[in-house]
Design a protein around this ligand. Structure first.
Ligand SMILES: CCCCCCCCCCCCCC(=O)SCCNC(=O)CCNC(=O)[C@H](O)C(C)(C)COP(=O)(O)OP(=O)(O)OC[C@H]1O[C@@H](n2cnc3c(N)ncnc32)[C@H](O)[C@@H]1OP(=O)(O)O
Length: 219
C-alpha cells in the first residue's frame, strides 16, 4: 500500500474519523462509484493542457482550431455532469492530487497523526511571474496538506478558519519542492497546524492554519 493510500485509510478510518458517517452529506460519495484508470488519465491530460495553454502563443489558425476542440470537449462532458455527491474530482483521496486540477499534485512520502511530509512540483500553469509561483497558488497547497492533517487520526471533520501564509523567498516553478506539515495543538474545537515549503535548503513559504471542528449539522 502506498503512503498516499495509507493516508487515505487513516483519514477515513474509524467511526469518528473523517468517515462517511460524520461527513456533511455533500462531501460523501455514493458507494460503488470508483475512479477508473481512464478517468485519472483524463485528469493527467487536463493538467498537461493547463500547463500547455499557459505557455502557448499559437498562430491564429491553431487558436481557432484549439478553441473549437475545447468547446466540443466541454459540450461532450457536460452531458455527463453528476450531482456534487457523485463527483469524482477532489474526492479521490487515495490518489495523489485527489483527481483535481485546481492545486498542484501533493505526493505524500510520510504520514502520521501529527506530521506529514511530501513533495510537489508547480507546473507552468501556476506561474505568477519571473519564474515564481503565483502567490495565490501557495495557500492552496498549504490548505491541502493541513486540511488533511487536521482531519486525520480519528478526528471529527473541521474546516479552515484561517490560513496565514508568509512568503519568505520566491517559490520556483518546474522544480521539485519539499513540504512538511505539523499538527501543533488542539484547544477545544480549535486545531492549530503549521507547514513549511522548501526548495532544497531555501525556505520558500510557511503557514499557520486554524481548523475548527464542525458542529453537527454545520456544512
Ligand atoms: C471523501 C472525502 C474527501 C475529503 C477530502 C480531504 C482533503 C481535504 C483537503 C482540503 C481541506 C480544505 C479545508 C477547507 O478549505 S474548508 C473551506 C474553507 N473554510 C471555510 O469555508 C470555513 C468557513 N467558516 C466557517 O464555516 C466557520 O467560521 C467555522 C466553522 C470555521 C467556525 O464557526 P463556528 O460557528 O463553528 O465557530 P465559532 O465562530 O464559534 O468559533 C469557534 C472558535 O474558533 C475561533 N475562530 C473561528 N474563526 C476564527 C478565525 N478566523 N480566527 C481566529 N479564531 C477563530 C473562535 O474565536 C472560537 O474560539 P473560542 O472563542 O472558542 O476560543
Amino acid at each position: 500500500m502506498s503512503t498516499d493510500e495509507n493516508a487515505a485509510e487513516e483519514l477515513l478510518r474509524g467511526p469518528e474519523g473523517l468517515g462517511r458517517r460524520d461527513m456533511p452529506t455533500s462531501w460523501t460519495r455514493r458507494p460503488g462509484i470508483e475512479p477508473t484508470p481512464d478517468f485519472l488519465a483524463m485528469i493527467d491530460a487536463l493538467r498537461a493542457l493547463q500547463d500547455d495553454v499557459t505557455a502557448a502563443v499559437p498562430p491564429p489558425d491553431v487558436l481557432v482550431d484549439t478553441t473549437k476542440t475545447l468547446s466540443e470537449l466541454s459540450e461532450r462532458l457536460r452531458a455527463y455532469a453528476a450531482p456534487e455527491r457523485d463527483q469524482l474530482t477532489g474526492r479521490l483521496i487515495t490518489v495523489p492530487g485527489r483527481g483535481q486540477t485546481m492545486s498542484p499534485v501533493l505526493h505524500l512520502d510520510e504520514w502520521s497523526e501529527h506530521h506529514a511530509r511530501g513533495h510537489v512540483t508547480f507546473g507552468r500553469f501556476y506561474l505568477g511571474g519571473n519564474g515564481a509561483v503565483h502567490g495565490g497558488a501557495i495557500p492552496l497547497l498549504f490548505d491541502e496538506i493541513l486540511g488533511r492533517l487536521a482531519n486525520t487520526g480519528g478526528r471529527r471533520p473541521s474546516r479552515t478558519a484561517f490560513l496565514h501564509v508568509n512568503y519568505r523567498s520566491i517559490t520556483p516553478i518546474g522544480v521539485e519542492l519539499q513540504i512538511e506539515g505539523r499538527f501543533e495543538r488542539e484547544e477545544g474545537r480549535k486545531r492549530f497546524l503549521t507547514a513549511e515549503l522548501r526548495h532544497g535548503d531555501t525556505l520558500c513559504a510557511d503557514a499557520e492554519g486554524l481548523f475548527v471542528q464542525l458542529k453537527p449539522g454545520q456544512p
